[in-house]
Design a protein around this ligand. Structure first.
Ligand SMILES: Cc1ncc(COP(=O)(O)O)c(C=O)c1O
Length: 282
């Protein structure tokens, strides 16, 4: 069955799906995106993703390519046409097509692309054994809270992880704090059993998974702190895990050459992973 992708009002064969070379997303990464999980054929956390998209668009003064209320229909239609059961829906909205010139074009409609693919997340072995991560300097611009497509520093950090045989790179800013991963948020469980993650300020992307896991942790009665933390705190942690749409809650057992806790995924991580999986299914 051919994959179907939505491009500016049309559902087309994915192999023919194309945007104009003068799209500002192509020239300037003048575009924002969302990745939404699909479980059992249904899009999860839709309103949370649309809220974040609204914020990203507003922060960059990009107008909605279609009204917000229309977007769920397009996302559902792409899911349906691809007969997607478990996977991801990707949407990207750019400031539109215009001759290459830095200031915003006038009266130019924004562009919209929506595609989808099957995705089953990390393997059971990776989840049960936990993963290794490396550290990298956080080289991004000062607004990574906006989900913009200019992801070159994230790509380079992730590639360095791959070259080191690791799964993800933790980004460390100029002040020595661990902000987040290249495509994930980072949580630590301290020696006192309290959960800690970087606050959702301008220096991280406020993950939808992050905010759902925080709610679950509070429901569980865990003490939860949102403050910047250092690599030394990560190294001393009892447990470390990552959150993100593509991997849900992912245990980390090694950071560079340091083993975390007893070198195995911890019980709080697994408990939150199970709770989050249930939330997705519901
Ligand atoms: C830099 C960054 N941080 C965190 C996340 C996790 O966000 P979410 O849970 O919404 O997938 C992502 C996801 O793409 C990301 O790119």
């Amino acid at each position: 069955m051919p994959r179907v992708t939505y491009v500016n009002g049309r559902y087309v064969d994915h192999r023919q799906a194309a945007i104009h070379v003068d799209d500002r997303g192509h020239h300037f990464a003048d575009s924002v995106y969302e990745v939404l999980p699909v479980a059992q054929g249904r899009i999860c956390h839709l309103e949370q993703h649309l809220d974040r998209l609204e914020r990203s668009l507003a922060s960059l003064a990009i107008s909605w390519p279609v009204p917000r209320r229309v977007l769920p229909h397009i996302l559902a239609e792409v899911t349906r046409r691809n007969r997607l059961v478990d996977g991801l829906v990707y949407l990207q909205a750019s400031r539109g097509v215009a001759p290459r010139y830095h200031p915003f074009p006038v009266d130019t409609p924004s562009s919209l692309v929506v595609s989808a693919w099957a995705h089953s997340g990390p393997s059971e072995a990776q989840i049960s054994q936990g993963i290794k991560v490396v550290t990298q300097p956080d080289l991004r611009w000062k607004r990574p809270d906006i989900k913009a497509t200019g992801l070159l520093p994230n790509v380079l950090a992730r590639q360095s992880a791959r070259e080191a045989g690791a799964f993800e790179a933790l980004l460390i800013n100029d002040r020595g704090f661990v902000t987040e991963g290249s495509a994930t948020n980072v949580f630590v469980v301290g020696a006192d059993g309290a959960l800690l993650t970087h606050p959702a300020d301008n220096s991280i992307l406020g993950g939808v998974t992050r905010s759902n896991v925080l709610k679950l942790a509070r429901n569980l009665g865990l003490e939860v702190g949102e403050r910047p933390f250092t690599l030394a705190e990560v190294q001393r942690a009892r447990e470390v895990f990552l959150t993100g749409t593509t991997m849900m809650v992912m245990p980390v057992v090694r950071v560079d050459d340091t083993s975390i806790g007893d070198g195995k995924p911890g019980p709080i991580t697994f408990r939150l992973r199970d709770m989050y999986k249930d939330l997705r299914r519901s």
